[in-house]
Design a protein around this ligand. Structure first.
Ligand code: UD1
Ligand code: CA
Length: 452
């Protein structure tokens, strides 16, 4: 099959009014990735070497987004929304280059998996001209019905054009199909718009192909594969299904999730075996975790790299650029951004480390803050290996703490501290004997005088 060339045409011109959003529908995200990007990924995984996006509503925004998630995809604008067949023809120029297989997909059907597409392509390789990826549902309202005659698919009828009998059919069009490249343009051009909606229906190519004696096949995929997103409730439903699939994969690959239903992954989360994830953990995009890490409850992690055997949380926040080396510890209510925490270093309590390096084995005391921002620019804090930063210190960047240096607690450090030095950045303590008692008596008599 790999010898067969394949183009995927992804339709994404619709407005998606039911999302009630300023953002084009297909740019709404699932697992941190626009839903149309999930479709692109599935097409790629099924061997579509070339990709086309048909856009219309929000074309500029779509183009910008596509440059990121599908840089190789060509975009075509469908100026007027005259139906799904008309939309595919907007990409006529690409289709006419002559591909063996054309996959037509909808940008709002994000849970399609590559296997269903691969099965459809196999049917083309066996000689089918049109392959429909169907699914069964007890509640088919709104979907095109697959009309079969003596076991052969002969037509797809849209809900609005169905007879009462046809409406009872539960085998539906998922909206995904594979078409033989050699016949695609001929079939699409034969589609008319004499139907209830006055649109050029892509689904009509089934009847056209079968009427011309071409082989038309229906395959069956699971309901999820065909789940079309029209509103935010369906978006959440798709997110839920995606997360469930991913949790399952992650657990089977050797990761312990104590309460899997409370852990949320991103489309690109990498997580190594023997990692243990406690309940209520969120992974945003760009997280890579090696083996044997412990992620305690209620941690929020994005854009972070975590080496083996690190210990994180509970209630830790790792932001983009957090780079934890082996056995580093980031404890409760700590935030780390754009900073390397080297091997075995500890940042355990109520601390902010941003734009910094914490050297191997260093210990950062509770409440330490790297003051990295003056309201205009960001500055770097460099903390050497084995340094000890006392609790409640402010390290005002740019500043360097040498290897093995000690910082007294409560210090405001504005000047660099050399290796092995001890730095105090606070007023010395003054103790006056008896003064406490004297004050107490003075305050008590003042209060008594007021009451009179
Ligand atoms: C379509 C199918 C229906 C199927 C259902 C599955 C047709 C005629 N009907 O119906 O059989 O059961 O999907 O979800 O194909 N689009 C354009 N330009 C247009 C029209 C649509 O780009 O002119 C895009 C939309 O943005 C969307 C996709 O095509 O991504 C599907 O269009 P939509 O109007 O939602 O089709 P349905 O009525 O759901
Ligand atoms: Ca739809």
């Amino acid at each position: 099959m790999s010898q067969r060339s394949c183009l995927s045409v992804i339709l994404a011109a619709g407005e998606g009014t039911r999302m009630k959003s300023a953002l084009p529908k297909v740019l709404h995200q699932i697992a941190g990735l626009p839903m149309v990007a999930h479709v692109v990924k599935a097409a790629e995984a099924a061997g579509a070497g070339s990709q086309v996006l048909v856009i219309g509503h929000g074309a500029e925004e779509m183009r910008k987004a596509a440059a990121k998630f599908a840089p190789k995809a060509e975009t075509f604008v469908q100026e007027k929304r005259l139906g799904t067949a008309h939309a595919v023809l907007a990409a006529r120029e690409a289709i006419s280059k002559g591909y063996d297989d054309i996959l037509v997909m909808f940008g709002d059907t994000p849970l399609i998996d590559a296997d269903a597409l691969t099965v459809a392509r196999l049917k083309l390789a066996e000689g089918a001209a049109v392959v429909i990826i169907g699914f069964r549902t007890p509640n088919p309202t709104g979907y095109g019905r697959l009309i079969e005659k003596s076991g052969k698919l002969v037509a797809i009828r849209e809900e609005k054009d169905c007879s009462e009998e046809e409406r009872k059919i539960t085998f539906c069009n998922g909206g995904l199909m594979a078409v033989a490249g050699a016949q695609a343009l001929m079939l699409l051009e034969a589609v008319g718009n004499k139907n209830a909606k006055g649109e050029y229906y892509l689904t009509d190519i089934v009847e056209i192909a079968s009427g011309r004696g071409l082989d038309v096949v229906a395959t069956e995929a699971s309901f999820e594969n065909a789940l079309g997103i029209n509103n935010r409730a369906e978006l959440a439903q798709a997110e839920g299904i995606w997360q469930q699939r991913r949790r399952q994969e992650v657990m089977l690959s050797g990761v312990t999730l104590i309460a899997p239903e409370t852990v949320y992954f991103s489309h690109d989360t990498e997580i190594g075996a023997d990692t243990i994830v406690e309940p209520n953990v969120w992974f945003g995009p760009g997280v890579k975790i090696a083996t044997g890490a412990k992620i305690h409850a209620f941690s929020h992690i994005e854009g972070a790299t975590i080496a083996s055997n690190c210990d994180i949380g509970p209630y830790a926040r790792l932001r983009p650029g957090a780079d934890l080396r082996q056995k580093a510890k980031v404890g409760n209510f700590c935030e780390v951004k754009q900073a390397v925490i080297e091997e075995g270093a500890k940042v355990n309590h109520l601390t902010y480390i941003g734009d910094a390096r914490v050297g191997a084995g260093a210990n950062i005391g509770a409440g330490t803050i790297t003051c990295n921002y003056d309201g205009y620019s960001k500055f770097f804090t460099d903390i050497g290996a084995g340094a000890f930063v006392g609790s409640n210190s402010s390290l005002v960047a740019p500043v360097t703490i040498g290897m093995g240096a000690y910082i007294a607690s409560g210090s405001v450090i504005t000047e660099s501290v050399p290796e092995d030095a001890l730095a105090f950045g606070r007023a010395r303590q003054k103790t006056i004997p008896g003064k406490g008692k004297e004050l107490r008596e003075r305050f008590a008599s003042a209060a008594a005088a007021k009451e009179k």
